[in-house]
Design a protein around this ligand. Structure first.
Ligand code: ADP
Ligand code: MG
Ligand code: ZN
Length: 478
């Protein structure tokens, strides 16, 4: 059996977070009543004229600059013609031959292996509306709120080789969109979605195999699973002496399988042609230079800085820099923190805050913990005012109420007891109550130290300073 290699190229659609739609003044707000955000232009009335949203052009160019693309001085909008009830004009305004950005690159790393994924182009296009099928009313409805909301389509070259790399690429792209502040990247609401083209070939072959395009991939997990399934399916076909048909396939998460949606024969001919209602988009070099200078620090740059400034291990720096909100929370916490071990702040975010959010299905913005209270918590630990255990215990409350940690531990009487005199009595008591263990310890079973520590912690409700207790135990059991 020959060794196979999979080849993957992704077409990503990212919704821009402009206030208004791409060619009219309607709001882009998500969740309004159906057909609230509609006007004669986006509902495709005859005789109306589109007016291009300048912000959408700027956002597209900025994503291009952030991914090493060339921003074209001239790009052209084309009509992609097809019929569907959610597309009242009968065509979608898009770009193809002369897209705004071309030839970029995005690097991803999986298991220490770096891959440069070339970006073929970034095009600006409008979204379609939404059909709503109601079984209760035995009718279908069309909601045009989303019609003509600006999208970027980011088309990669077939440079990805595994499902993991595809997911890493998507995460990197989403991270850049959020850093630029041009999209909310919300996959559940469909502001970040992707089609995956998958083919396989014998390892070492220069030619590409026949590809299938997978649709309906609205989570990272589904992207991963759908691609893995598809790779296996294509290998099975070839091993059985059959051929892969070029087709569009739909991923079904319940069955974890892909199914034919349409074959090559049913592929649309969209009859693209330049939209006569829109002039070409001309962008001056000075404008591109100005946009370049406005770019914020990007994820890869922040990662480098975290590695450098805080001496964090690579995986921790990556976790903290990947999501802008988390990165900003970390930086604000370190800023507020008066101690000299920012790594401890990082550890609380990675080890406690992120799992807390995950377990409760929350995002950082739902959580009341402030950078100041996290910094305060770490300072209390640094000073030995509370034990790690108490820190963990009060952490959920800090997240839920946003309380000041210093005040909280005082009010609750949780301040750690470090006073030797105060602890001595408890240590003596525990030794007296456990003569056999004390005997065994003196006889060489040094492991029993943790037994005594546990007993003392129980008696002091976790408030004894472990360092002081250890010293006392060693002295008394010595
Ligand atoms: P089309 O116009 O038919 O959609 P594109 O050139 O736009 O063709 O390619 C669509 C996507 O398919 C791109 O992301 C590209 O990288 C990917 N692709 C092209 N050929 C292959 C292949 N053999 N295997 C996997 N992906 C491919
Ligand atoms: Mg295409
Ligand atoms: Zn409108």
């Amino acid at each position: 059996m020959p060794a196979y290699e999979s080849v993957i190229g992704l077409e990503v659609h990212a919704q821009l977070n402009t206030e208004s739609k791409l060619f009219c003044a309607c709001s882009t707000k998500f969740g309004n009543e159906p057909n609230d955000n509609v006007c004669p232009v986006c509902s495709g009335m005859p005789g109306v004229l589109p007016v291009l949203n300048a912000k959408a052009v700027e956002y597209a160019a900025k994503l291009g600059l952030a991914t090493g693309c060339t921003v074209q001085n001239k790009s052209v909008f084309e009509r992609k013609n097809y019929f569907y009830p959610d597309l009242p004009k009968g065509y979608q305004i898009s770009q193809l031959q002369q897209s705004i950005c071309t030839a970029g690159v995005l690097s991803v790393e999986v298991d220490g292996k770096k891959r440069n994924v070339r970006i073929n182009r970034i095009q600006i296009e409008e979204d379609a509306g939404k059909n709503i099928h109601s079984a209760a009313e035995n009718a279908s409805f069309v909601d045009l709120n989303r019609t003509s909301v600006p999208l970027l389509e980011i088309v990669s070259e077939p440079d990805l080789r595994t499902a993991e790399e595809a997911v890493a690429y998507l995460k990197a792209l989403r991270s850049i969109l959020l850093y630029l502040g041009i999209s909310d990247g919300n996959m559940e609401e469909g502001s970040f979605r992707c089609d995956a083209n998958v083919s396989i070939r014998e390892k070492g072959s220069e030619e590409y195999g026949t590809r299938c395009e997978l649709k309906n991939l609205n989570s990272f997990r589904f992207v991963q699973k759908a691609i893995e399934y598809e790779i296996d399916r294509q290998i099975d076909l070839i091993e059985d002496g059959e051929e892969v048909d070029q087709e569009t396939r739909l991923y079904n998460p319940e069955k974890n399988a892909t199914f034919t949606m349409r074959g090559k024969e049913e592929a649309h001919d969209y009859r693209y042609f330049p939209d006569p209602d829109l002039v070409p988009v001309l962008i001056k070099d000075e404008t591109i230079a100005a946009w370049q200078s406005e770019l914020p620090e990007l994820p890869s740059e922040k990662l480098e800085r975290f590695l450098e400034d805080f001496k964090l291990p690579a995986d921790e720096a990556e976790l903290l820099s990947g999501e802008l909100a988390v990165a900003e929370f970390f930086e604000a916490s370190v800023e507020a923190y008066k101690g000299d071990t920012p790594r401890k702040v990082a550890n609380w975010i990675i080890g406690d805050l992120l799992p807390h959010l995950n377990d409760n299905g929350m995002s950082l913005s739902d959580c009341k913990l402030t950078p100041e209270s996290l910094a305060g918590l770490v300072e209390l630990l640094d000073k030995g005012d509370i034990s790690q255990k108490i820190g963990r215990k009060i952490f959920p409350e800090l997240c839920e109420t946003g309380a000041d940690p210093e005040k909280l531990v005082k009010d609750k009487g949780l301040v750690q007891v470090s006073d030797t005199g105060a602890l001595e009595g408890v240590v003596d008591e525990v030794i007296q109550e456990n003569p056999d263990e004390a005997e065994a310890y003196r006889g060489g079973k040094k492991k029993l130290m943790s037994f005594f520590m546990g007993q003392i912690m129980r008696k002091t409700k976790g408030q004894a300073n472990p360092g002081v207790v250890t010293e006392l135990l060693q002295k008394k059991l010595g």
